[in-house]
Design a protein around this ligand. Structure first.
Ligand SMILES: [Zn+2]
Length: 314
């Protein structure tokens, strides 16, 4: 079994969990448990969760068993041990559980799913796992807030493969995706303009319904300076910015909002925002902490004003 393929499937099916930024860890964990339980069953194994495998000498969040012994009424072969841990400081203890040496009850495969708030913790956990892992096949899935997910395939102490996926809110549902797959034209091409006001203005004239990211950069605290606008937003076309629309900051444009968001999240994590003027409906989805429901703005309300003020410098 290729554990990294299980990660691919987990990433591609993540949206079926129907989670959004308002969901806490419990909802995510319960969907994950259901997903891996069903997956084990579909692959032909017997999944047992912590609730129904109490007789096992090895405590496990979820296990996949094989080789049923009808006479003794037990499953003989432990295929997979899966552990989930939401609390960062308990992660090492959970790794110990996952990689425990239980004579007569060693899994063939192990998967640990963790959640951290700081990027540095990812390295710490990976190193701890490398120290403890005696299995030939183990997968570490580490989610960094609701922004990115890292996967590491371990063979004993060696990391033999790693992958990174991103998380994005698309129309109120959290999706996971691989960045390289997302930007290969399937979801829209990015146009970048730097020191080229003329080409930028021409592109925006052609693509009025497109989106523009004002790539200010800066620190994590400068979400307000890194905004996504509609291409025809009057704030992008102020007379006072004439001649320096793409010289002060690069403009990254896309006809497809999801493609542009993927780029922005990849560059900035959650430190960016929607323009309050032209992206009214979208703006509350931009921050992970927000639990408000976006207010519905009647279509066209902003547009009227924007069309009037949409003056492209020539
Ligand atoms: Zn705007």
């Amino acid at each position: 079994m290729d554990l990294m393929k299980l990660f691919d499937g987990y990433v591609r099916n993540y949206h079926t969990f129907q989670l959004n930024y308002a969901h806490g860890y419990t909802a995510a964990a319960s969907s994950e448990r259901k997903y891996f339980t069903q997956l084990g069953s579909m692959l032909g194994y017997q999944p047992l969760t912590a609730d129904d495998s109490e007789r096992s000498k090895r405590p496990m969040d979820l296990a996949w068993w094989d080789q049923y012994d009808a006479e003794r009424k037990v499953w003989k072969e432990l295929v997979l041990h899966l552990e989930k841990e939401k609390t960062s400081r308990k992660s090492e203890a959970t790794l110990e559980k996952l990689f425990a040496d239980t004579p007569g009850c060693q899994p063939q495969y192990a998967i640990g799913i963790f959640q951290v708030r700081k990027k540095e913790r990812i390295d710490e956990l990976l190193q701890a796992a490398q120290r403890m892992c005696k299995l030939k096949d183990a997968l570490l899935i580490i989610r960094l807030k609701n922004v990115e997910v890292y996967a590491y395939l371990l063979s004993e102490s060696a990391v033999i493969q790693s992958k990174k996926a991103c998380i994005a809110d698309i129309a109120g549902t959290l999706y996971m995706y691989f960045e390289d797959e997302h930007s290969n034209g399937k979801t829209g091409e990015l146009k970048r303009f730097y020191h080229d006001d003329e080409a930028y203005a021409a592109w925006c004239r052609e693509n009025e319904a497109a989106y523009v990211y004002n790539y200010f950069g800066g620190s994590d605290g400068q979400a307000d300076m890194n905004k996504i606008h509609r291409a025809n937003c009057s704030r992008l076309w102020r007379k006072s910015d004439e001649g320096k629309r793409t010289t002060a900051y690069e403009k990254v444009c896309a006809a497809n909002l999801d493609a542009l968001k993927s780029f922005v999240i990849g560059e900035r994590g959650s430190s960016w925002s929607y323009c309050k003027k032209c992206m009214q409906v979208e703006k509350t989805k931009a921050t992970e902490t927000s639990t408000e429901t976006p207010a519905e703005t009647p279509e066209g309300v902003d547009d009227v004003e924007n069309q009037q003020s949409f003056q492209v410098a020539t």
